[in-house]
Design a protein. Structure first.
Length: 271
């Protein structure tokens, strides 16, 4: 067995010991969006720090635990908080939890984040369905030897975000009267916010939103054969489109729209 296979064996054995059973959906809850995990029924919560082979997350607004249980009638394994590349973790470390979700039997990943709006039609507080991404991090979690048991050497990214899930999310948003934008998420490494020139470049390249997460996780999800639903919370307009940027604003905006966000995800999961 490969090193990765050995690690997953240890992590999944640990989780099963803790009472984690079958998983339908993996959930990654980004900056300020972790409260959804508090609504998981019959929850088993495990701090990341206790999980074998997990890194330790350090960002304000990220609680840092795994929550297993039932949400909207589905078995979910949720990450309240996530690991970021800018924290100094390798992309393999950042995406290891997605490997764990797949190893626990998840068929789908719901990935969420806070993002800056690049599309001029967006306003802070909008939710955006991620239809595709641009990996602009300069790295890729699949670089290195490929474990054929996990997935192919050259994964197809043509449908990394599952089109069938777009329709469900859009229908639910309409029913809930939540304006749901859609677009392309461009992933930067961070931790700096982008410069105005980088944002102009991003727009020309086809980005609608920018952020510091998600793309590596979705690459591993694609490698693992997971279906993906991605939702961004547009917390601010990107650099050059407003006077300045700060993390407090990102947290404030997620606070403001988290109720909408939670209802959208829950109803989409139910469907
Ligand atoms: N840029 C990058 N990441 C972000 C932003 C942004 O403007 N807002 C929230 N996360």
């Amino acid at each position: 067995m490969t090193k990765l296979g050995e690690m997953l064996k240890e992590t999944t054995a640990f989780l099963k010991e803790k009472g984690v059973g079958e998983v339908d959906f993996g959930l990654i809850l980004g900056s300020g969006l972790g409260e959804l995990a508090d609504e998981v029924e019959d929850a088993i919560a495990i701090p990341f720090s206790e999980v074998p082979h997990f890194a330790v997350s350090t960002v304000v607004g990220h609680a840092g635990k795994l929550v297993y249980g039932t949400l909207s009638g589905k078995k979910v394994l949720a990450m309240q908080g996530r690991f970021h590349y800018y924290e100094g973790h390798s992309m393999q470390k950042v995406t290891y939890p997605v490997r764990v979700m797949a190893a626990m039997g998840a068929h789908s990943l719901v990935v969420t984040n806070a993002a800056g709006g690049v599309n001029e039609n967006f306003t802070p507080g909008n939710l955006m369905l991620i239809t595709d991404h641009i990996n602009f991090t300069g790295d890729n979690p699949l670089i290195g030897e490929n474990d054929e048991a996990m997935g192919p050497r050259f994964p197809d990214m043509s449908h990394a975000y599952t089109p069938a899930y777009f329709e469900i999310a859009k229908k639910v948003a309409k029913e809930q009267n939540v304006p749901l934008q859609e677009g392309v998420y461009m992933g930067y490494s961070g931790p700096t916010y982008e410069t105005p020139a980088e944002i102009r470049m991003s727009r020309v390249m086809g980005a609608d939103a920018v952020g510091m997460s998600t793309v590596s996780e979705v690459i591993v999800a694609a490698h693992s054969g997971l279906k993906v639903l991605g939702i961004s919370c547009i917390t601010n307009l990107a650099a050059g489109m407003q006077s300045s940027l700060n993390h407090a604003e990102v947290v404030e905006t997620t606070e403001r729209v988290k109720a909408q966000f939670k209802e959208l995800i829950k109803a989409t999961l139910a469907e």
